[in-house]
Design a protein around this ligand. Structure first.
Ligand SMILES: Cc1ncc(COP(=O)(O)O)c(C=O)c1O
Length: 378
């Protein structure tokens, strides 16, 4: 454990994780530095095979980051100007940002308050108004899968592909099936704070469709399969060999870290249940057979005051997310108004993410729970 974390409880302690794998990582990257081989290549191919196996898909295609993964997925599905993509307003900007980058328009669908994910009933309503939507883009927020059977049951008869924004959900399971294997394409981020995080930016796409996989492989290298011959107007979105080498080391530990997060979430629930705190603990839907707790999020009264109090106690928290996407200035032209998506708007006012990383100690968790009790006078 890092020295800082004995005195404070940071939201995430990457230093503690790094100390446990430092030797392995240095051993993995040194030969690549010596060989001066940095872009794609064997480590990336190895990582692609390993992630495909981990997610239960036939193919995985590395790329530069999770935002590009979403953009590439939409390009591969030929989403472009004039098209509409149904997605949620309660997510990180990149979900809708990627849609806009293709020239298409995001159409927002509110979330289910029990799961923080796309509400299939709202999706059904939206499909009545937007029957020609070119894609549906649910997010597996905080590490739990959206209700994919219900979403696919609406999408499939209309021939609309579903792209999973699984940036926060590597290893998450929906009725026993892994995130990224449920829709047409799964999109993952290796941003350092993700459960499988690189030493910089990185991303990967998963699919069972060989044709889509071939197209994605080309799109990430300027749409080219043959050097200097361009079938599509692709982009430069390659994964570095060094990142792949780091991620291959980390992937071996991912299940242990995920189980650590899940155990910490269970312990929080045990410690906080029955105290009568005006804070709602996260619930796991029946379809969630494995929540990977990229975030452990409470819905709480006086959220901002609580957050400031916890900061004075040296306890790190974060608000994911304070403003829904339909109310963001950059999407003003879409005409979103307050009241359009009430569940997302309410969540933006009361969610608070607590530390849940695997290396968190029992003593640190007791400190967090003690501080919550004191703040609420329990
Ligand atoms: C839900 C969601 N989608 C997309 C992204 C984008 O990933 P990246 O930061 O790797 O571009 C993130 C990560 O921040 C995310 O949390």
């Amino acid at each position: 454990m890092s020295i800082a974390s004995t005195h404070t409880v940071p939201l995430l302690d990457l230093q503690a994780q790094h100390e446990s794998i430092r030797g392995e990582v240095l051993e993995a990257i040194l030969p690549l530095i010596d060989a001066q081989r940095f872009i794609l290549g064997e480590p990336v191919e190895k990582l692609e095979r390993a992630v495909a196996a981990y997610c239960g898909t036939a193919h995985a295609i590395g790329c530069a980051n999770g935002t590009d993964a979403l953009f590439l997925a939409l390009l591969a599905l030929e989403v472009g100007p004039g098209d509409e993509v149904l997605t949620v307003p309660f997510t990180f900007f990149a979900t809708a940002g990627a849609v806009v980058r293709t020239g298409a328009t995001p159409v927002f669908v509110d979330i289910d308050p029990a799961t923080f994910n796309m509400d299939p009933a709202r999706l059904e309503d939206a499909l009545k108004r937007h029957p020609k939507a070119k894609a549906i883009l649910p997010v597996h927020l905080y590490g739990a899968c959206a209700d994919m059977d219900a979403i696919l049951a609406l999408a499939a008869p209309r021939g609309i592909p579903v792209v999973e924004d699984a940036a926060q959900a590597i290893g998450a399971e929906y009725r026993g099936r892994r995130a990224g294997s449920l829709g047409a394409i799964g999109c993952f981020s290796f941003f350092p704070s993700k459960n499988l995080g690189g030493y910089g930016d990185g991303g990967i796409l998963t699919t069972n469709d060989a044709e889509l996989a071939a197209r994605l492989k080309a799109l990430r290298v300027h749409g080219s399969r043959e050097k200097y011959i361009h079938e599509w107007a692709g982009i430069n979105s390659r994964l570095d060999a060094l990142q792949a080498a780091v991620l291959l080391v980390k992937l071996k530990h991912l299940d242990a870290w995920t189980e650590g997060r899940r155990a910490n979430a269970a312990r929080y629930k045990e410690m906080l249940a029955g105290l009568g705190l005006p804070a709602v603990l996260p619930r796991e839907a029946e379809h969630t057979t494995r929540h990977v707790y990229n975030q452990f999020v409470l819905r709480c009264e006086r959220r901002d005051e609580l957050r400031a109090f916890l900061a004075t106690e040296a306890i790190g928290t974060e608000v994911y997310y304070p403003l829904p996407l339909h109310l963001q200035k950059c999407f003003a032209a879409l005409g979103g108004r307050e009241g359009d998506h009430p569940v997302s708007e309410a969540c933006c006012k009361d969610v608070l993410a607590m530390p849940v990383y695997a290396e968190l100690t029992a003593a640190q968790m007791s400190r967090v729970c003690g501080a919550l009790r004191r703040f609420y006078g329990r």
